[in-house]
Design a protein around this ligand. Structure first.
Ligand code: TXA
Ligand code: MG
Length: 319
């Protein structure tokens, strides 16, 4: 893919390529997305193919504002409340698809729901506005690999793919959006992410429920076990490195053999921003195993631990 600097002219150019069916990777406040025109079935087919993503795993549709989102999805009071509070930002709402909405059915993997997100990153905002189409964009990594937080990560994963990358430097958040399911009676936490569960529960005034776990038909098909997988094995809750391991630390008490520390001050926001980049960097050490110190399971820690558990799980194809 060809890397562009994020001038307005380049973003406009990328937007016109995007509208015309090309793949365009772009930064968001969470991770880089690999975008395609959600109306264009051929572009979406190319997107699944480039990622190596199974076609039963639906894509998030990115739009510039809530008004546009409401033309594609059915918003009830809960959806409106969350959209008002957290958009633009790292929240994806899965809501019923508006009948006849101009979204190719490959995007939703044939489901009658759609995942919608309004990103806050200024480059993502401009690209979507200039393109004047809804933009389907999964994380810009090959399926099952660690999500990208820099343009270099994207370029490395898609060396032989045709398309453009708008280089916006490092993504500030570093963890994908929180995915909330609002298509049924109980609100579901389909994927923990950049907005902690408790902030959403406070806004809703009720708890988020776990999706029912049906191995053959996951509620959020992206929730396959192995995902975010570096090449090395990953061992969790490590206090120190064993022979043949490299240690990814967290907090002020990390031992001296620590190679990288997610956050020396034990800050979960900083750890989120560093997580995927550090996993990729540690993977280049060619050690057999990356040992990771424990991360508290509160706030953003829930999403960090979710990604680490997936990185540690036996490898399988994800998204
Ligand atoms: O932060 C993010 O969300 C990034 C940036 C690029 O926006 N995107 C991202 O997309 O992480 P992706 O495709 O890697 O993850 C999308 C997740 C998957 O777990 C997918 O199964 C779920 O959202 N999803 C999308 N549409 C859905 C639907 N209709 N029903 C249930 N889950 C859905
Ligand atoms: Mg992904």
């Amino acid at each position: 893919m060809q890397v562009l600097s994020p001038s307005d002219e380049n973003i406009a150019l990328a937007a016109s390529f995007l509208r015309d069916g090309s793949l365009v990777a772009f930064p968001t406040e969470t991770v880089y997305g690999l975008g395609a025109n959600a109306n264009d079935g051929r572009a979406i087919a190319r997107l699944y193919e480039a990622k190596g993503r199974p076609r039963f795993n639906p894509l998030i549709v990115h739009v510039a504002d809530r008004e546009h989102a409401e033309r594609l999805g059915v918003f009830d009071d809960r959806a409106r409340l969350l959209a008002e509070q957290f958009w633009p930002g790292p929240l994806t709402l899965v809501v019923p698809l508006v009948e006849g909405a101009p979204i190719n059915s490959l995007v939703t993997a044939g489901l009658d729901t759609v995942g919608l997100r309004v990103p806050s990153h200024p480059i993502a905002q401009k690209l979507i506005q200039f393109s004047r189409v809804p933009v389907a964009a999964p994380s810009a990594n090959r399926s099952g690999r660690v999500s990208p937080t820099t343009a270099e990560h994207v370029a490395g994963d898609f060396e032989n793919v045709k398309g453009l990358i708008v280089n916006g430097g490092r993504c500030p958040g570093g963890l994908e959006s929180t995915v909330v399911g609002l298509a049924g009676d109980a609100p579901l936490l389909l994927r923990p992410g950049g907005i902690p569960r408790d902030e959403i529960e406070t806004e809703l005034g009720e708890p988020l429920h776990q999706p029912e776990h049906k191995p053959d038909a996951p509620a959020s098909p992206g929730m396959l076990t192995s995902h975010y997988a570096p090449r090395a094995r990953v061992r969790l809750n490590a206090q120190q490195a064993r022979p043949g391991e490299v240690l990814l630390g967290f907090g002020p008490d990390a031992p001296p053999e620590t190679i990288l520390n997610l956050s020396e001050r034990g800050d979960l926001t900083e750890a989120s921003a560093n997580l995927f980049g550090y996993l990729r960097a540690m993977d280049t050490c060619r050690a057999d195993t990356i040992a990771v110190m424990p991360i508290p399971n509160e706030g953003l820690g829930e999403a960090i631990n979710d990604r680490l558990a997936r990185a540690a799980a036996p490898k399988r194809n994800g998204g």
